[in-house]
Design a protein around this ligand. Structure first.
Ligand SMILES: [Zn+2]
Length: 551
């Protein structure tokens, strides 16, 4: 072998190894900055009792948003709104009356449903007194009008001024029939938000959803806790302008009593609701309720901070995490603070952690990155909905959204779940980063729970912006998939939307969480360096909205 060739080979090796390492070198200090002690410190503050469960428009909000703004400022991020980190979100707060009774009559027979144990109810109306007087009750099946699935529960009946009684989820879920809707996987029509909106569009006076743990994806306690305190709505929302006076849920037991008093076979009628050709059932029942309505006009904020790009500053990648949770419920004996440690002190802490990682880059990314800690997610994705309607930076210059809500506390996994897998080209970005770490992306293991419709990326998806909802994996390295699913389920039953969602550093595992945060960071890093605007895949309902805004 001649000397020149040896020299050539040596040089080639140097060039190759330099090339391989450049990207890694570029990311090393950022990735190293994502560390267990760091994330623990942030979660412990956000989930502390001092932050009072981070309820919007309370002292807990003040503490939370000051902390977040201070973290962003210290990290060197710019305020997104002039000199301010706060985007104001105007709200109406309505407190339901716990003495409220829903009275159902059938001729002379009367059934009183009590707030909290039998039903929960609230209104978006702003009147001082709300009265529902002998409104006729109609069982409307799933309460769905979905032309693309050839389904309309409202087609044979006029429900103006009436009370619609309906089931949660959709006919595909209950039958598992893939020819109905999307089979087991929940569609947006399965969600309570949609059902109330459709009832309002149809002119109903009251809407009652029958709770069922499997179909709703959570037990009655979650419904009760979520709607017992002060309810927030965006000021001037569509429901407050409609005739819908009452939005409510009743327990399965209450529903059965109600059907019994009407002499209608519960099992037979509810099962007919999932078959094509279902006809609404006039229940021969009347609903009445009357209550004083406590209305306050208030506001909350989305916290927004920018790390500007080096080349295409006017293009954005957005990271979102909701900072809010349920606050304090003084009527609960013992621990009455909903600390929301997992949901979503973890995601909020990760938001700051990732901002710090971007700042550590030796060379700035090309696009700007917006870190958006949104409010009122727990009240129906209100903060993100508000941003999507009042974007600080144009949505057609927003390349993608990456949402973080409740990170992995169970240990390292081989995979990460993409909720809404197959929706957009963002899957490719996530998959390529995961591959680098010898990990893989898996689809939502429980699409029947409607995860895609339950966090802030949805607000952006509905507004057309490709949004990625990556979540902790289920292929646990140490214990396998069955164990991981069972652990998550156990946690949900014990703690989800309950005061038990506490920060437990001795029980939680952080290695898997750190792995995942690095993936979130790198996916956003790649998106902030590409010129591509990722697209929704054909067949997704969000694609046409995006195409229109990009014209
Ligand atoms: Zn959450």
């Amino acid at each position: 072998m001649n000397k020149t060739y040896i020299l050539f080979c040596l040089m080639l090796m140097i060039i190759i190894s330099f090339g391989c390492n450049r990207e890694e070198k570029m990311l090393k200090s950022s990735l190293d900055s994502i560390a267990e002690d760091d994330i623990k410190a942030k979660i412990s503050i956000l989930a502390s009792d001092e932050f009072l469960g981070r309820a919007p428009a309370t002292e807990g909000e003040e503490k939370t948003i000051s902390y977040l703004a201070e973290q962003f400022r210290k990290t060197g991020l710019e305020p997104a709104i002039g000199t301010s980190y706060f985007q104001e979100v105007p709200l109406i707060a309505i407190t339901p009356d716990p003495s409220l009774k829903l009275v159902i009559t059938c001729g002379r027979n009367k059934l009183d449903l009590n707030f909290s144990d039998d039903f929960i109810g609230y209104t978006c109306q702003t009147g001082a007194e709300i009265t529902i007087d002998n409104s006729e009750v109609v069982f409307i099946g799933y309460g769905i009008n979905a032309p693309e699935y050839g389904w309309n529960d409202y087609k044979d009946v006029d429900v103006k001024g009436k009370t619609v009684l309906m089931l949660v989820n959709d006919p595909g879920y209950v039958t598992g029939d893939s020819a109905l809707f999307t089979g087991k996987a929940m569609t947006i029509y399965g969600r309570w938000t949609y059902k109330y909106e459709e009832a309002a569009r149809q002119g109903a006076c009251a809407a009652i959803i029958i709770h069922e743990t499997g179909a709703a994806a959570y037990p009655w306690d979650v419904v009760r806790n979520s709607w017992s305190g002060r309810q927030f709505h965006l000021a001037g929302n569509e429901l407050s302008k409609s005739d819908l006076k009452l939005q409510s849920w009743i327990t399965t037991e209450s529903a059965k009593k109600l059907f019994e008093s009407a002499g209608v076979d519960y099992a037979a009628v509810t099962s007919s609701a999932s078959k094509r050709g279902f006809k609404p059932v006039k229940m021969n029942l009347k609903a009445s309720a009357s209550w004083k309505n406590k209305v306050e006009y208030t506001k909350s904020v989305n916290v927004a901070a920018v790390w500007p790009g080096s080349e295409r500053k006017d293009e954005y990648v957005i990271y979102t995490a909701h900072w809010d949770h349920f606050g304090v419920n003084p009527s609960i004996k013992g621990d009455s603070i909903f600390n929301g440690a997992l949901d979503n002190a973890t995601g909020t802490a990760a938001l700051i952690e990732i901002a710090e990682a971007f700042v550590c880059l030796p060379k700035k990314q090309k696009r700007s990155v917006l870190f958006l800690a949104v409010t009122c997610e727990e009240q129906g994705l209100l903060g993100s909905k508000f941003y999507a309607k009042n974007p600080v930076f144009p949505l057609n210059k927003t390349a993608a959204v990456i949402n973080m809500d409740a990170l992995n506390i169970f240990g390292r996994t081989r995979d990460m779940t993409i909720i809404g897998y197959g929706n957009s080209q963002l899957d490719d970005y996530a998959e390529s980063v995961l591959k680098k770490y010898n990990r893989y992306a898996s689809p939502d293991p429980e699409p029947e729970k409607g995860g895609y419709f339950r966090s802030d990326h949805l607000s952006f998806a509905l507004a057309g912006v490709p949004s990625l909802y990556l979540s902790g994996g289920i292929d646990d390295i140490e214990h396998g998939k069955a164990w991981a699913l069972a652990e998550a389920e156990k946690w949900i039953i014990a703690n989800y939307h309950k005061p038990g969602d506490n920060y437990e550093p001795d029980k939680w595992k952080f290695d898997g969480m750190i792995d995942d945060i690095k993936v979130y960071f790198e996916v956003g890093y790649d998106l902030s360096n590409t010129e591509e605007f990722p697209e929704w895949n054909p067949g997704t309902p969000y694609r046409s909205v995006r195409e229109n805004m990009m014209k």
